[in-house]
Write a protein that binds this ligand. Sequence first.
Ligand code: CDP
Ligand code: CDP
Length: 224
Amino acid sequence: MHRKINIAIDGPAASGKSAAAYLLAKKINYQFMDTGIIYRSFTNYCLKNKIDFENQDLVLSALQLFDMKWVNGHFLFNDQPSTEEIYNKNVTSKVPLIATLVEVRKLIVAKIQEIVQNQGFIVVGRDISSVVLPNAQLKIFLTSSLHIRSERRYQQYLKEGISITQEQVYNDMVIRDNIDKTRSTGQLVIVKDAIILDNSDFILATTVAKLKILYDNYFISHKK
Ligand code: CDP
Ligand code: CDP
């Protein structure tokens, strides 16, 4: 059996990061952490408490009251598991406002780093390789074409019974890609030591198999 390492997976929306990382984690017996859940859950908390998203001080005060724990491989926020609500349109459209606040990001990053002190995690997000776990042994930038990503997200919405047009999904994706890449903090970048995997032409099982090969290759090239 391999010794445990940490794996960072970054990439744009709907590139398949969480679906593939979840399955890989099961295969190799790692903990899977989707950091998007934190930004979404905190945005939902702010919406519920009518916090002014433009006012960083108010958002920071709200963050002090937003407790985050990692218990048995899942987040608990104020002692409650996250809900499907965090994927609704309202949260999705507001989360970039929270995710661009520098001081908010600092606290969230510190919290994730506190949780991921040991090895054996696959952490998924936008700034994992660059900011959260710059020492992760394996860094992967998982991507797919904009067309494929918006099609995948559209199919996800259809399955969940969410009424939205394909054009809306595409346009939202363009806006979110742009915010993710251009915000001044925690932006989506490809770090120098990342391995780029474009899975536009792969079904999910193929993406997982390719990730597993990258994982196995790491140990072949880092034999002690
Ligand atoms: O999969 P999707 O892009 O819809 O969303 P997500 O990965 O759940 O992330 C939700 C939001 O949180 C996005 O707007 C990301 O930019 C942001 N995010 C972030 O800023 N940093 C992370 N490490 C993870 C997510
Ligand atoms: O986490 P991220 O936003 O990167 O994407 P995701 O939520 O894991 O994937 C978006 C959708 O694409 C999910 O329904 C996945 O099952 C699907 N997917 C796919 O059809 N083929 C792939 N190779 C990867 C993901």
